[in-house]
Design a protein around this ligand. Sequence first.
Ligand code: GLN
Length: 217
Amino acid sequence: MVAATTTTLKVGVLALQGAFIEHIHMLNNLAEVSEAIPVRTIEQLNSVDALIIPGGESTAMALIAERCQLLEPLRAFVKEKPTWGTCAGMIMLANEASSAKKGGQQLIGGMGIRVNRNQFGTQKDSFGIGLHMPEIVGEEPFHAVFIRAPVITDILSDDVKVLARLEKQVGETKAETIVAVRQNNLFATAFHPELTRDDRLHKFFVNMAIECYNNKQ
Ligand code: GLN
């Protein structure tokens, strides 16, 4: 007998702060997404199969999540369910963050990575660049938009797979940093893929999530 397989998912986008609408628009255009909803409550979180944590401001997002009593439910969610953090969302998913807010900031955690916030400077230092990510989007480069973006400075677990690196001229030297990783059901990118018209990364995440469910059966 062939096991029943999942082919569509209900996907949530954490909507406490930041660029969540753009993710919802992109998800709504994918055949594999039955519904895409903003997530602001525990009930909404419990109703989705997979979650995107968007870019924005990780300090503000953490404070609001704490106030809405969503931090612990989010920590439980990411232990099991497919979740993708973009930019500030990647910071939220990291187990450790440098250049954190004075006095520290709450993270959801779950990924064995250390990130450094605001690696490339302020808003005016934002940039877009073609990233080569053959394992996830094929040979054609993906135009990645970096806005006060973090990078991954350390990999803290053997389960973390590096999916994209960025080579950037910093002063006299070219420095290479890690900007996309996967750890089992968790995916993180340092940039904003929802600000382009290219939905290849959203497709990758939804297919990754479907695969997570089908492999569990
Ligand atoms: N610098 C922001 C932070 O630390 C992230 C920026 C972004 O999400 N575009 O949370």
